[in-house]
Ligand binder design. Structure first.
Ligand code: ADP
Ligand code: MG
Ligand code: MG
Length: 876
């Protein structure tokens, strides 16, 4: 290995490209600030490659690192005129972690390294400040003890607290040199007791101990969990920064603070931050003392305040983004310790991007690239109506944003069962596990009694974009009795509650919600996005409400209108059941004729809202038994209604039972067996159009989609059925209707036979849910049991049902695109699975040159932004 160590202000450094990959974010930004001429304490970075080496070589460091490090320490010594371990003027350093992307609070840092029983005396003599020297030493022992020697920090904190109690003081600042001296002795005893060794006095041993600990912290449990949640690759590794200490704890002309160049929660351009006089390191965030608003610095340290403001502007100009900075003031001199692009809320992200375009810091293309599309999720959920009366019964952690109401249910099976009956539920569990994935999918929201912001429930709910309140520790759940208690309020299964994942509140009954609404900066950003995107964005929708929502969010058509959902409504299900249970084609036709006006009405409503935009209507897809009654009571009802015996219905249900419904009698197979069903659906579509024409409503162009096709012959037969029906109705109403017929590509065979299928298809829509299931041979509904193991063992990077598996499923899509276009150049191509709203999958669709993506209404703006970003990134 060659160069492993990089000086912050190295004039000759060739290492300009990808420096974050090698130096980590903190190191790269410290180096950049130094190059800008900002006051950065001298130091250097040990590169991430060393971390890689460390883990590949049994946690050993490369040999050459010792000499390279020594050399750089010598350089610092020369600049600062101090010496590491020296007994008259000792150099102290901080050893700081720093990976490519910031992982706040996940890894470790050690301050004041280089102090021992002798150097602490030297520091006191040199600064004539005994309190400061001892305060620094005790901090060092505390941090080293915790980070390097693994002793939980409460052992030290308790000693300080008890001491303050006996002395009768409240603040650390009220402790003097002697107090700290005593505590240092106690701290060293703790170290001796826990490690059976004395606290290390050799400064080089201290240094390498700390470097090792930083590398080890890369693989700590919390760091690994954080990476998993944020999709940060394990192999990136961390760098280590070694930097001259500057001291904010030397007296009243010293301070330490953190600040943002803009308000990270609203995005407003204003100074935002906190500081503490006479403090060090993490005191500001640790909560031991209450920090001051940064604005007060204008009074306390006016010169420094002015300098800070100037530096903020410089940094924003340089990074063209809001910065999150850390600084320290030592004897009225300002030192910059960190800068990075700051984390912000979705609202702030949008405002900052739009404002910076106005300020001409960035172009509108850059603004479009600035906002993470996934983040918009939090702005696109219904929120509770502020005016509504709320009966809050308890609260928990705001684990995943949005508000939802539904019937309380305690099991995933029950949530699924109710979903089938189109009922909204809130899944209430003590905690969730991978077995609950189906229930979480089915429920409108999730409430747990246990677990934090990174618990299974929280992580999965955020991934699904579902509201979740986790760790609501007040509630007592009784699974046996099917109820939970919050204080003295008892809530039984089936009662309706509302949860607000934005505030963590849990309310009794249904609280009205308001639809989010795109305006102001948000709509400006979206208009830029629309300018820079090639992919069209459609929506998956079958109700007038969803369709309207999607239009308001900018959907340019419907990419998937599932007709079966229209069958479930109470008045219709009877006729649907009659149709299924009938033994002859004649009886079936009678039942279907009762359904026809309903379907026609539904289509008319949707066509009216879509006002001339394309609408893809999928003909009946699911296996018929999904519509059958499940309980004895339901069977009795239907038996009476249809005048068939209970027993007959039961045996018909048994007849219809399938071992493997996902691969059974469904999709176009139904159309082949019972053409009258598809015929009725087409008739409804065309008659709805005729009605639109009569009412002078702009005609949509229907795209009639045949599901689950695997061979050209299927679509050949069914296309002719559609054409015949179309011809008949056009003649009856003497109108001309433009329409397309196409197919879903959701089976591997269909992808392979795309050239032949394209002969009869005007469009393909990739049904990536089923295509993923059939390509992997994994049913999504059962994958919950092992998905986690697969992600854990790195067999899957991401859940392939969330983000498209480019290597397998993606390859099939590419094949189908190529073969389809080979036969028919003009064939229209889109995707309509859940993936249509996932930015990573949208990126794939752009690369695969599809024409559109279709996603759920609330994800339409996300898809618009993601599509623009993909296009802009591709062009770069
Ligand atoms: P984190 O990544 O957890 O923020 P840092 O490496 O930034 O950890 O260190 C935490 C804090 O320690 C900094 O915010 C700063 O206040 C303090 N610190 C780090 N290095 C130095 C230094 N060389 N001199 C003074 N304070 C330092
Ligand atoms: Mg920091
Ligand atoms: Mg399908």
């Amino acid at each position: 290995m060659n160069k492993l160590v990089f000086r912050f202000n190295d004039k000759n450094s060739k290492n300009k490209i990808n420096s974050k990959n090698i130096l980590g974010g903190k190191g790269a930004n410290l180096a950049q600030m130094a190059k800008l001429g900002l006051p950065v304490p001298p130091g250097f970075t040990i590169s991430t490659q060393v971390c890689d080496y460390f883990y590949k070589n049994n946690k050993k460091l490369p040999k050459s690192i010792v000499n390279q490090t020594k050399k750089e320490i010598r350089v610092i010594e020369k600049i600062t005129k101090k010496k590491f371990g020296n007994l008259s003027n000792p150099l102290l350093v901080s050893v700081r972690s720093g990976s490519r992307v910031s992982m706040p609070g996940m890894m470790d840092t050690v301050l004041n390294l280089g102090l021992n029983d002798e150097t602490v005396v030297a520091l006191k003599n040199k600064t004539l400040n005994g309190r400061f020297a001892k305060d620094s030493y005790r901090r060092f022992i505390q941090m080293y003890g915790n980070v390097v020697l693994g002793i939980p920090s409460h052992f030290f904190e308790e000693l300080i607290d008890n001491y303050k109690l006996t002395k009768g003081v409240l603040q650390d600042t009220e402790l003097d040199e002697n107090d700290w001296d005593g505590l240092i002795k106690n701290f060293k005893e703790v170290i001796k007791e826990k490690t059976k060794k004395n606290f290390p006095q050799n400064v080089n041993e201290q240094l390498w101990g700390a470097v090792n600990a930083v590398f080890l912290s890369w693989n700590s449990k919390r760091a690994r969990t954080y990476r998993k949640i944020n999709y940060i690759p394990d192999h990136w590794g961390t760098a280590v920064n070694i930097q001259t200490m500057v001291f904010g704890n030397m007296g009243q002309d010293c301070a330490t603070g953190v600040a943002f160049t803009r308000n990270p929660s609203t995005g407003t351009k204003e100074l935002f931050g906190e500081y503490l006089i006479n403090a060090q390191g993490e005191d500001v965030v640790a909560g031991t003392r209450t920090p001051q608003n940064i604005i007060k610095m204008n009074k306390d340290m006016p010169k420094i305040f002015k300098q800070l403001k100037k530096i903020f502007n410089q940094l924003e100009k340089k990074y063209k983004d809001m910065q999150d900075i850390e600084f320290t003031v030592e004897n009225n001199k300002l030192w910059m310790l960190q800068t990075r692009s700051g984390k912000r809320t979705a609202k702030a992200a949008i405002k900052i991007a739009v404002d910076m375009e106005k300020e001409k810091l960035i172009t509108n293309k850059e603004a479009v690239l600035r906002v993470d599309p996934n983040m918009l999720n939090t702005l696109l959920h219904p929120t509770l109506d502020e005016k509504a009366i709320k009966k809050i019964i308890t609260s928990g952690l705001p684990a995943s944003p949005g508000a939802a109401s539904g019937k309380v249910t305690f099991s995933s099976d029950e949530a699924e069962r109710l979903k089938e009956q189109m009922q909204d539920t809130i899944l209430v569990r003590i905690e969730t596990s991978p077995e609950d994935i189906n229930g979480m999918h089915a429920a409108k929201g999730i409430l747990t009694a246990r677990g934090g912001m990174t618990s299974h429930a929280a992580v999965v709910a955020r991934g699904m974009g579902k509201p979740c309140v986790s760790g609501s520790s007040e509630i007592k759940i009784d699974y046996e009795k099917k109820l939970f208690k919050a204080g003295n309020i008892e809530v039984k299964e089936g009662e309706i509650i509302t949860i607000d994942g934005g505030s963590g509140n849990v309310m009794l009954g249904e609280v009205p919600t308001v639809k989010p609404h795109i305006s102001g900066d948000f709509s400006k950003l979206m208009s830029w996005a629309d300018k820079y995107r090639k992919l069209k964005v459609r929506t998956n929708s079958e109700t007038p409400l969803d369709t309207k929502t999607a239009r308001d969010f900018g959907a340019e058509g419907i990419g998937l209108c599932r007709t079966e959902h229209m069958f479930f409504e109470e008045k219709r299900i009877i006729s649907v059941r009659q149709m299924i249970l009938s033994n002859s084609s004649e009886d079936r036709k009678t039942a279907l004729s009762k359904l026809l006006p309903y379907q026609k009405g539904d289509f008319f409503e949707i066509f009216k809202i879509m006002n001339g935009l394309p609408v893809t209507v999928r003909l009946l897809d699911p296996p018929l038994h999904e519509f059958l009654p499940k309980t004895d009571k339901d069977i009795d009802n239907i038996a009476k209604e249809l005048n068939i015996s209970h027993q007959d219905i039961k045996s018909r249900i048994i007849e219809l039972h399938e071992q493997n419904p996902m691969l059974g009698h469904r999709g176009c197979r139904l159309g082949i067996s019972f053409p009258e069903i598809y015929q009725m659906q087409c008739q409804a579509i065309f008659e709805a159009l005729a009605q639109c024409k009569k009412k002078k409503i702009k005609l949509v162009i229907p795209e009639i989609m045949i599901p689950l096709v695997s061979s050209a012959a299927e679509i050949e037969i069914l296309r002719s059925l559609v054409d015949k029906t179309a011809a008949k109705i056009q003649k009856e109403h003497s109108i001309k209707i433009k329409y397309y017929v196409g197919t879903m590509i959701e089976l591997p065979r269909a992808a392979l036979r795309a050239k032949y299928i394209a002969k009869y298809a005007d469009f393909f829509s990739f049904g990536t849910n089923d295509l993923t299931q059939t390509t992997f041979g994994i049913s999504r509904d059962d994958s919950g049991k092992f998905l986690n193991d697969y992600v854990e063992n790195k067999i899957f990077g991401k859940d392939p049902f969330v983000s498209i598996d480019e290597r397998g499923v993606g390859e099939l899509i590419k094949i189908a695109v190529e073969r389809g276009r080979m036969e028919k150049k003009s064939i229209k191509l889109g995707i309509c699975g859940e993936h249509g709203g996932d930015p990573a999958s949208i990126d794939f669709c752009e690369k695969a040159k599809l024409n559109y993506v279709s996603c759920s209404p609330y994800r339409v703006p996300i898809a618009r932004l993601a599509a623009a970003q993909s296009y802009l990134r591709k062009k770069k």
